[in-house]
Design a protein around this ligand. Structure first.
Ligand SMILES: [Zn+2]
Ligand SMILES: [Zn+2]
Length: 152
């Protein structure tokens, strides 16, 4: 279903997040459309784009509108329930924060994506903070390059 392959992310800390109750706790109505978007993000094995969510929902519910998908994702992202990252192919991908804090190594040749745990990079952020007094916004990053196979 995805053109991009995701590497192993088994080592990740997962904290289940009930996005729909968080939405209603924040005062948002749980419309069927919103719930369908929430479910698509929750059920995605990995990262999912707005376009993929839209196609998935529209297969069962032809009245779905892509702008509703975008608006719901913005809402979830504003509440900190999903994170988004640009994997370099022009499509932003989303995943539930329940998948744990991580980053990605994206191979520009074959599209392989390897997950990197935040703990590997956090020493770098503190080093940058000490050296430059700069606080890195280390949300969900993609690093581009060549994977071991493609380096040959
Ligand atoms: Zn990710
Ligand atoms: Zn590669």
């Amino acid at each position: 279903m995805f053109a991009i392959k995701y590497g192993a992310g088994e080592g990740r800390v997962k904290q289940p997040v009930d996005m729909s109750s968080r939405l209603s706790e924040s005062g948002y109505r749980l419309t069927p459309q919103r719930l369908m978007v929430v479910r698509a993000v929750e059920e995605a094995d990995s990262h999912i784009s707005a376009e993929e969510i839209y196609l998935q929902i529209r297969a069962r519910y032809p009245h779905m509108n892509i702008s509703t998908v975008y608006r719901t994702l913005e809402l979830l992202s504003g509440l900190g329930l999903v994170t988004e990252t640009d994997m370099g192919d022009g499509r932003v991908r989303y995943h539930s924060i329940g998948k744990g804090h991580h980053h990605h190594l994206v191979c520009q040749k074959c599209g392989e994506i390897i997950d990197v745990e935040e703990s590997m990079l956090s020493p770098l952020w503190s080093e940058i903070g000490q050296r430059y007094g700069f606080k890195v916004d280390m949300k969900h990053l993609a690093f581009f390059g060549l994977c071991a196979k493609c380096r040959g």
